[in-house]
Design a protein around this ligand. Structure first.
Ligand code: IVH
Length: 680
């Protein structure tokens, strides 16, 4: 063997082992350590080497097999037709080359039109309907066989359980299997991570893996808790008539009631496809989900089918990728922020780097466990990702280029703001500063309280807030309302006009609506929208502070976690005192009768009481309890005449006999789901 051949063989072996390693990280562990763009580069290089040396292709090469590992956790589903993938174009020449290739194969391509669709960075699923009823849903799996995740998919509110959703819509085919992409909005992802931080729990690395992890949960109640959405784009199989073009297919799916994005376009020729790609470069930053490219599809489905498939990729469609939003840079240091609730969160201080036209200097490092798990060291070269408006985040270190001078990171043992020892609560990942007088927490609290979406105290920015806290003039948010002219006149930069304006703005803020004050209190899980719902329902803070968990649950937008957070917040003596102080300082807005409409959402298990016995197929004991509560029901421990239903699984206990004695109806898991559906 020549030296040259030896080198090629070595390179191929290296690429295969790297790709296999990263496939495992991505598909099995749901925890990628390199960017998609880097993976693409490795895969491409391997593919090119194998094309140039076909004799070196082996059946074990990752280019020859579907990489997805099907989990043993779920039962398997045979797909009615192969669930295909797409080849990529990374540059305009590659899109043109694709077009020319298929035009040579079939001259109808020369006059063909195209559909462009966003390439959702999510998880492909197949939804099956018989006589208009959703009866099964599966992951893509290896393209031939997927995992049965029906119960999890049922929790995604936008998946229609019956089609057509509108009775006046088109008739559904007797059998229909459609394909779509499940994803999480960037805003929801950020809110989810904020909640995780506040709860001292692990943050999620990126929306795609969060969606994937949520869909592959054994407990549907956990899936239900994640903000999953779907966009549908394909008919995989049907019995009955279906449209002949991709564009009409999208309209048909929409008319049946499936969520179909309105970012799809019909392009009469390839030039229009290029213009659409240009339009995407601006649009990409403005939309609330991650899109890593544009899918270009031949509109005529007959022609697309005739063009055939190469490996797993149909010739009639291609993914035209957008420039990567991931770059590498040096991690100069790790800083630590102290949040409103005292949670310490690390962040990366970076060598400034441009990502998609924006200079990035800092990025989220999630939590201290993340740094340890990824073995992120100071001075490492790290991969940074920026998507939409989400704060840039670190994917991981590039260990291959370590020089030896990188230093492992040691989390602080004292709060960087007040110097008090930090604490770790059992079963939580977060480290807290538990010093109630910690200035950083006070500053964060004040900052939120005075902000535009809360009490909107005009002119009171972070600098003033920091100064007031630093000088000890304000020890909690209620102190703002007792500030006097004399308190401020000796502060640097405070003239008469400024002081007058500030005191007027503070006084004016007493008249803000109740919802503003509820938001301003900074209760975990309560933002602007839920605050409005709570204000409408309760009318004043006296009513809200005595609301019970189950009453809160029936308020629009309030789930079990938020309901608990509200109850906990009002139960804390320090918060009770704060409320009393706000009231005596004249900050006690009320909702007038006319404004206070009952804002109660209807929950399918409302007013029903359940007892659970035995092992259920898909739910743990806590899982089913939470699921019933989320749907408005109450779960109690023993059967009485007041019990509405006993939910029984395998090996039920004496509760089942008791139900028989008292004539309480007994249902299984399926019966419970049917009850929810019927009452919805
Ligand atoms: S079409 C023949 N359309 O991208 C059908 N795929 O890299 C082939 N994807 O596996 C797929 N958005 O999971 C299609 N609008 C879209 C898509 C889309 C996202 C995913 C899909 C596919 C992957 C290919």
């Amino acid at each position: 063997m020549t030296d040259e051949n030896e080198k090629i063989l070595q390179r191929i072996a290296y690429l295969r082992s790297e790709i296999n390693r990263h496939n495992y990280q991505y598909y099995v562990l749901n925890s990628p350590v390199i960017s998609d763009a880097e993976w693409d580069r490795l895969y491409r290089e391997l593919k090119e080497l194998e094309t140039a040396h076909p004799d070196l292709v082996t059946s074990g090469s990752p280019t020859q097999q579907s990489t997805y590992q099907i989990s043993e956790k779920f039962s398997k589903v045979n797909h009615p037709a192969p669930i295909l993938s797409l080849s990529n174009a990374l540059a305009p020449e590659e899109l043109t080359a694709w077009y020319e290739r298929i035009a040579r194969l079939d001259e109808r391509v020369c006059t063909a039109d195209f559909v462009t669709e966003p390439k959702f960075d999510g998880l492909s699923v197949v939804l099956h309907y018989r006589n208009g009823i959703f009866f099964m849903g599966a992951t893509r799996g290896n393209g031939e066989v997927g995992e049965d995740i029906t119960n999890n998919l049922r929790t995604i509110k936008t998946i229609p359980l019956r089609i057509p959703v509108d009775p006046d819509g088109p008739e559904a085919p007797a059998y229909l299997a459609v394909r779509g992409e499940v994803y999480i909005r960037l805003s929801e992802f950020e809110a989810l991570n904020k909640r995780q931080i506040e709860n001292g729990e692990r943050t999620y690395v990126n929306p795609r893996n969060t969606a994937s992890g949520a869909l592959r949960q054994l407990d549907p109640a956990i899936t239900a808790d994640r903000p999953l959405e779907i966009s549908v784009y394909n008919i995989v199989a049907a019995q009955g008539s279906v449209p002949a073009t991709q564009w009409e297919t999208l309209q048909f799916l929409k008319a049946l009631g499936f969520p179909v994005t309105n970012l799809n376009r019909l392009c009469p020729h390839l030039d229009a496809v290029f213009s659409e790609y240009e339009a995407w470069q601006e649009r990409r930053d403005k939309i609330d989900f991650e899109v890593d490219g544009m899918v270009v599809k031949i509109n005529d489905l007959r022609l697309a089918a005739d063009l055939g498939v190469v490996g797993r990729d149909p010739r009639g469609a291609i993914a035209y990728k957008f420039p990567a939003r991931e770059v590498t840079t040096r991690l100069c240091d790790i800083g630590v922020n102290v949040g409103r609730t005292g949670v310490l969160t690390p962040y990366a201080i970076l060598d400034p780097v441009e990502v998609g036209g924006v200079i990035v200097k800092q990025a989220t490092l999630h939590n201290f466990d993340f740094i340890a798990e990824r073995d992120i060291r100071i001075h490492d070269r790290v991969m940074v990702k920026r998507a939409g408006d989400v704060i840039p985040y670190i994917i991981g270190p590039i260990t291959e280029v370590r020089e030896g001078s990188e230093m492992p990171y040691v989390p602080p043992s004292v709060c960087p703001s007040c110097g008090q020892p930090v604490e770790h609560l059992e079963e939580e990942v977060a480290w807290y500063c538990v010093n109630a007088a910690c200035p950083a927490q006070l500053v964060r609290n004040l900052e939120h309280f005075v902000s535009r979406s809360a009490m909107d105290i005009v002119g009171m920015g972070i600098k003033i807030v920091e100064l007031l806290a630093d000088k000890g003039l304000v020890k909690d948010v209620a102190d703002l309302y007792t500030l006097r002219y004399e308190d401020l006149e000796n502060l640097e930069g405070f003239g008469k006009k400024k002081i007058d304006n500030l005191l007027t703005a503070i006084a004016e803020s007493k008249n803000r609506p109740l919802s503003r004050l509820i938001n301003a209190l900074g209760i975990r899980g309560i933002g602007e929208v839920t605050a409005v719902d709570l204000a409408k329902t309760y009318g004043d803070l006296d009513a809200l502070r005595t609301a019970s968990f189950s009453q809160l649950l029936s308020v629009e937008g309030v789930g079990p976690n938020t309901a608990q957070a509200v109850v906990d917040w009002f139960a804390r003596p320090a918060n009770q005192q704060l409320l009393d102080k706000l009231r005596s300082n004249g900050v006690w807005p009320q909702m007038t009768e006319a404004m206070a409409v009952k804002n109660v959402k209807f929950l399918p298990l409302q007013d029903l009481t359940f007892v659970v016995t035995g092992t259920l197929p898909d739910y743990s004991r806590d899982g089913i309890k939470e699921f019933i509560q989320q749907n408005g029901g109450k779960v109690v421990g023993s059967v009485s005449r007041n019990t509405s239903y006993v939910v029984a699984g395998e090996n039920p206990g004496s509760k089942l006999d008791k139900a028989g004695e008292l004539g309480v109806p007994v249902i299984d898991q399926g019966g419970l789901l049917a009850l929810i559906k019927q009452n919805r």
